[in-house]
Write a protein that binds this ligand. Structure first.
Ligand code: GLP
Length: 241
């Protein structure tokens, strides 16, 4: 794992943006793995600017998102579908047909297997990740098998509390989601994980310096050959070096 600590989040976002630019300018039809949450938002803003300035083109870009809540409609203001359109897709020249998120309504078993098949046929060039304060990546909560593929998950109480800030009350936070599994995430050619703030410091220490364990799902990244971890000083504050 390559770990980089930034004193300034603008620099962190620009560093990550450059990783995307390198891939998008060297590839005629790039495939991006995208994430929701607050961690990637600054990078998306930089990518929007780069697209508007003509530095990158999304017309041949395909995207796959990590996860989606169950029990709320795609058009709900807090669905990940809406999040991605508001924070990226509506502002760049992407073809709507090239956007992929799990379908989290109807027959969920079928939806999981369809998304898994799509992922098996995709080659994600770069996957951006955040991390939950409990060490989850996507919605792979502690205890998830390292071999997991796309599946339905019951969200941890801690995750629901963390995400309650986006809803009017905790009662409105969905209890379930569909998520890429850990083995899907590990298929990406390159992975970049962003974490900022003190509430991520324990998870970051465990992921980088702890043992590989399903109690801390992000620790699986220790086995990936090309992972970059971008941190601010608070998220890095518990690292021993
Ligand atoms: C959610 C998402 C994760 C994300 C995590 C952290 O639970 N499913 O993909 O990494 O939140 O979010 P944030 O970046 O807002 O701290």
């Amino acid at each position: 794992m390559e770990v980089k600590v930034f004193s300034n989040t603008d620099e962190l976002n620009k560093y990550c943006e450059q990783m995307f630019i390198d891939i998008m300018t060297n590839n005629d039809a790039p495939t991006l793995g995208l994430a929701t949450g607050s961690s990637p938002v600054g990078v998306y803003q930089e990518l929007i600017k780069a697209n508007q300035e003509g530095i990158i083109d999304f017309s041949n870009t395909t995207t796959f998102n990590l996860d989606e809540y169950c029990g709320i409609d795609r058009n709900h203001e807090q669905s990940y579908w809406t999040f991605m359109h508001q924070n990226l897709f509506n502002h760049v020249n992407i073809n709507e047909n090239n956007i992929n998120l799990p379908e989290a309504s109807g027959d969920l078993d079928q939806a999981c297997s369809e998304y898994n098949n799509k992922l098996n046929n995709a080659n994600i060039d770069i996957q951006i990740l955040g991390i939950g304060s409990n060490g989850h990546i996507a919605f792979n909560e502690p205890g998830t098998s390292f071999e997991s593929t796309v599946h339905k998950v019951e969200l941890d109480e801690k995750t629901r509390q963390d995400n309650a800030r986006f809803f009017k009350s905790i009662d409105e936070v969905p209890t379930h989601a569909i998520t890429m599994g850990l083995s899907n995430i590990m298929q990406a050619k390159k992975i970049v994980l962003i974490a900022t703030g003190e509430n991520k410091a324990d998870a970051i220490k465990g992921m980088i310096e702890g043992e590989k364990t399903t109690s801390l799902p992000a620790s699986i990244l220790q086995d990936h050959p090309d992972v970059t971890i971008l941190l601010d000083e608070e998220a890095a504050s518990k690292l021993s070096k």
